[in-house]
Design a protein around this ligand. Structure first.
Ligand code: NDP
Length: 598
């Protein structure tokens, strides 16, 4: 990697006007080491991946998200002050949201602006906020710039406290949005939608819930989030554990103390070292009598370097500042056509090789950071990630690596295997027992299953996931033919580049405009045309490339735990700018894209 690129440390910020910088690799710039150096590292990546694949049961079968019976406690809502007692509801609304996180809040606000008042939000939790309602573990924070991530800042007259907003601030912002747009009145909490079935005769959706509700709606917005259902790694004997255990998204502050003060005489264990664990571990490390970190694959940890918001800068912001900023950042991602031409003109093999080599240089910089920070050389070695950048979720934290210098913090590296047994006292690995008083599962979530907890059936009674068995088919990741008046937010085949909330706002605008158009033209339904669906699937496939990169990655939820997958079963990788362009182009031309029925 050229020197200039090396110095440009991703994640480092010193100017609130900037986006959080992330690694970008330029194949027109040469590499600095002989090719043999990169080949050796690539071989090591492959070896580490193969080792993990050999240990694991296939794909997702190593995990369970069926948290019933003995495992029910891992999904219980710790934030619900009391169970809301109410009679089942039977009513009809024009628009119904499944889920009360950012997707619903942003889109409901847009619908209200367009005069839609008959709205219901059905939410499993006891408040709005989705991800930020559930994930309250110590250290929770976003890792894109808060001035971009927190939506509607201008409208709410709010400037976040720091460059990377913390979880409680984001949750409070969700609540503030719900208050500002009077969305609380529309919500029913502690309620899970279990069935969403299309009634072709009446041209409406019939929904059932776990509270016995019988709801109908003209339009349904599936807003249940991408990583909503906690999952646990299946480990022999896990039910026999007699200490206290919980999942990271149900963090037990009653047990640990609000400032973790109750942990000072507790031995704590945490399973997993993904993005969540990277944020929790430094806080547990300081608070607990001892901490054992059970690692299967290390995360790649880059510089965070958070800064508090400069009050002078905040005071200087003019109305419309956030929109201008977002426009600038999204337009900033507009492909530089000259650069693109230069890249396209390159020999394909050379281009791929340079990309990979830059990627390796980036990962080796993170290795050096570990060596410089972690005092025990053996521990440092075990904390090194051996895979390409973005094979797993990149993480940004300045306290994670130093935590391993605290004498009471112990890394139990399982060399890719994962802990294989838990007994009544704690995890066991290679015959050694690690007794702990508290065991935290930071083992992630079921990923982007459309209709989590829910059975969605369209015109022919076909369940949506069954339709997708033939390969995902959507328009913009939002509409799927045969599911009229149904809109899916935050799912596959949409763009996830830049910033999730920006994408959700973009989708929210589109959905609100589609609903407005359907209402104003007096149609009963809007549905994706099969041809449009075919076109969009083609676009998704085109930008998902033809390399084996996904397969070459170490297993994780980004690559379906190493399972083969079809190219269309993933995100649209044409870029956020281009995704927005496509949505914009459809406006005013809805009849070309969609079928409308009276
Ligand atoms: P992940 O799925 O990323 O991580 C699960 C972890 O559990 C992995 O480290 C996995 O290891 C490990 N694991 C599974 N089984 C075992 C076992 N038997 N023994 C030891 N370890 C095991 O879940 P997270 O909750 O960390 O993150 C999920 C996602 O949530 C993130 O990727 C991100 O999208 C989002 N998130 C975002 C944040 C933000 O924006 N700031 C913060 C936190 C989360 P292995 O890697 O080997 O599979």
């Amino acid at each position: 990697m050229a020197d200039a690129q090396l110095k440009d440390k991703p994640g480092q910020v010193n100017d609130p006007n900037k986006m959080a910088r992330r690694a970008a690799f330029d194949p027109t710039v040469g590499n600095e080491k002989p090719q043999a150096y990169y080949n050796d590292i690539k071989a090591k990546f492959a070896e580490e991946r193969d080792k993990r694949l050999a240990y694991r049961p296939k794909g997702l079968s190593q995990y369970t998200s069926d948290l019933t019976g003995e495992l029910e406690k891992y999904e219980t809502d710790p934030w619900a002050e009391e169970k809301i007692e109410r009679d089942p509801i039977e009513d009809h609304v024009e628009c119904l949201f499944i889920g009360g996180g950012f997707s619903a809040l942003l889109t409901a606000a847009r619908l209200r602006e367009r005069g839609v008042e008959s709205i219901r939000i059905v939410e499993k939790g006891s408040d709005v906020g989705g991800t930020w309602y559930w994930n309250r573990y110590p250290g929770a924070a976003c890792d894109v710039s808060s001035y971009d991530y927190l939506p509607l800042l201008d409208e709410l007259g709010y400037v976040p406290k720091s460059f990377f907003a913390k979880g409680p601030e984001i949750f409070a912002h969700c609540q503030a949005i719900a208050h500002k747009y009077d969305l609380y009145d529309l919500a029913i909490f502690q309620t899970t939608v279990t069935q969403t079935h299309w009634d072709e005769k009446e041209k409406l959706w019939r929904l059932s819930t776990d509270r016995g509700d019988k709801l109908t709606a003209k339009f349904v917005i599936v807003a249940n989030g991408t990583l909503a259902k906690p999952k646990l790694t299946k480990v022999k004997g896990m039910e026999s554990y007699e200490g206290h255990a919980f999942h990271s998204s149900r963090f037990d502050f009653d047990f640990c103390g609000y400032d973790l003060e109750n942990l000072k005489d507790k031995r704590v264990g945490i399973i997993g070292t993904g993005a969540t664990a990277v944020q929790i571990i430094p806080r547990l490390a300081k608070a607990a009598k001892s901490l054992h970190v059970f690692q299967r694959t290390p995360s790649a940890i880059d510089i965070r370097d958070d800064i508090p918001t400069d009050p002078q800068w905040a005071a200087s912001l003019k109305p419309g500042w956030q929109k201008q900023r977002l426009d600038r950042h999204v337009l900033g991602t507009k492909p530089d056509l000259n650069k693109r031409k230069e890249i396209e003109a390159m020999d394909r093999a050379l281009r791929t090789q340079r990309y990979e080599n830059h990627n390796i240089e980036h990962q080796m910089r993170l290795h050096r950071r570990i060596e410089e920070t972690v005092e025990n050389a053996e521990t440092a070695e075990k904390l090194k990630p051996w895979y390409m950048h973005r094979c797993k979720r990149p993480t940004y934290d300045d306290e994670y690596l130093p935590a391993f210098n605290i004498p009471t913090v112990h890394l139990v590296d399982t060399d890719g295997q994962g802990i294989t047994e838990i007994n009544e006292r704690g995890p066991v690995f290679e015959g050694q027992e690690y007794p702990v008083d508290v065991l935290i599962y930071a083992t992630g979530f079921e990923v982007q299953v459309t209709g989590i907890y829910n059975d969605i059936r369209g015109v022919d009674g076909l369940e949506l996931n069954d339709k997708y068995k033939e390969g995902m088919r959507t328009v913009f990741g939002i509409h799927s033919a045969g599911y009229p008046n149904l809109f899916i937010m935050g799912g596959y085949q949409a763009s996830f580049q830049f910033n999730l909330t920006f994408m959700l706002q973009t989708q929210g605008f589109h959905i609100a405009e589609c609903i407005k158009y359907t209402r104003e033209t007096g149609y009963a339904t809007i549905d994706a045309k099969r041809d449009t669906e075919k076109w969009w699937v083609g676009e998704v496939i085109k930008y998902r490339g033809t390399t084996n990169r996904n397969k070459e990655c170490t297993p994780g939820y980004y690559n379906f735990e190493g399972e083969d997958n079809r190219r269309e079963d993933g995100n649209y990788n044409g870029g956020m700018w281009q995704y927005c362009q496509h949505l914009d182009e459809s406006k005013g031309r809805y009849r070309e894209y969609f079928d409308f029925q009276q």
